[in-house]
Write a protein that binds this ligand. Structure first.
Ligand code: OGA
Ligand code: NI
Length: 369
């Protein structure tokens, strides 16, 4: 926007001032978006409203709509023929669109159901109890708030979130919220196990030794992020989660039946339809970096919905919170004269901190040679 006269300048300053005040009031309520909905709002407050270009979905009828593959993992660890097929599918999906869904992954349905119920219980408990956990202090073992980037983003998302780190040092049960204490511990263990297997399959899909990515400590750290997207009175004005890519190795996402997750492919938003019993896997920026762009970290978002609440649990494989001098760059075995390194080496912490200081530019671009 080009500001041409003082009236516009003061209008800008005034709207900025209001926004800051409104953000602070919302934050200090410590009740999140759920609190707004409980108080009966029928209109989306303006701190959440996005410009139309953030919300539209350009659909080109000449382009065929990609569909996100659903891969059946049955037999991946027992049957060599099935395993080979699964590796091919995982590799193709990771190259083509960076997203796939997995069924028969080995995590029991009952644990996934209980995990989603536990997240709902957390958000739907007595607000006075929940409020005590609301914080912007990211050194806390459990961080619960609404919009981790509330004061930096151009518009707030219609979502509340809590997260904690469950590997390499899982939190003690008493540090976890009572509403989902046991299941969070059990679910994290199961995701770690699946993650280890996924890194083996992804290593093989890169024609590396099956242990390669695990030996690089890719499966060492896990952050468990539990989202709650309350029903929104005007879902066409805001988003549940704005466009972003994940800055980890990969993410294992459990979503409920509501839907709204979309992936950007050829400049079109493609739905990741909820599939009962499935987990969504998406490649993160760090895996794109070490695979030298073979695997793609793809932008995605979540629409606001008017049917919710929608809950999801995103498990991020990353060690960003465990300062280590270990360097990550394009894997040497993948490089050749025809495939020179595209990125310089970085520690996981520097990579993630770059994002923290500049939420707009992608760290991948920053570390590109
Ligand atoms: C994320 C994310 C999607 C969802 O947490 O990075 O993309 O469905 N979540 O909540
Ligand atoms: Ni994401």
């Amino acid at each position: 926007m080009v500001v041409t006269n003082t009236a516009e300048v003061s209008a800008l300053v005034e709207s900025d001032y209001d926004r800051a005040t409104e953000l602070k009031a919302f934050d200090e309520s410590k009740a999140g978006v759920k609190g707004l909905v409980d108080s009966g709002v029928t209109k989306v407050p303006r701190i959440f409203i996005r410009p139309p270009e953030d919300l539209d979905n350009p659909t080109d009828p000449n382009k065929t709509q990609l569909s996100i593959p659903v891969i059946d993992f049955k037999g991946f660890d027992t049957d060599p023929i099935q395993r080979k097929e699964i590796i091919d599918k995982v590799g193709d999906a990771s190259e083509a669109c960076g997203f796939f869904q997995v069924i028969n992954h080995g995590i029991p349905d009952s644990i996934m159901e209980e995990m989603k119920n536990g997240v709902r219980r957390f958000y739907e408990q007595d607000n006075e109890v929940k409020k005590r956990l609301y914080t912007r202090d990211i050194t806390r073992s459990l961080v619960y708030n609404s919009n981790f980037d509330l004061y930096h983003s151009s518009a707030a998302n219609w979502r509340d979130t809590f997260y904690c780190f469950m590997a390499p040092n899982p939190l003690m049960p008493e540090e976890l919220p009572e509403a989902c204490r046991d299941v969070l511990t059990e679910y994290s263990k199961q995701v770690m196990k699946l993650g280890f297997s996924l890194f083996e399959l992804l290593s093989e899909a890169l024609s590396l030794n099956p242990n390669h990515l695990n030996e690089m400590d890719c499966a060492e750290g896990l952050a468990v992020v539990c989202h709650y997207y309350p029903a929104c009175p005007q879902p066409e004005l805001t988003l549940g989660t704005s466009k972003h890519s994940d800055n980890d190795f990969f993410t294992v996402l459990l979503q409920d039946h509501i839907g709204g997750l979309q992936v950007l492919h050829n400049n079109q938003w493609v739905d990741v339809h909820p599939v009962p019993g499935a987990l969504v896997v998406n490649i993160g920026d760090l895996l794109q970096l070490i695979s030298n762009d073979k695997f793609k970290s793809v932008e995605h978002r979540v629409l606001a919905n008017n049917e919710g609440p929608r809950v999801s649990v995103a498990c991020f494989f990353s060690t960003s919170f465990q300062p280590s001098s270990k360097l990550y760059g394009p894997i040497k075995e993948l490089l050749s004269e025809d495939n020179p390194p595209l990125y310089r080496e970085t520690t996981v912490k520097d990579f993630v901190d770059y994002l923290a200081t500049d939420g707009i530019d992608s760290p991948l671009r920053h570390f590109r040679l």
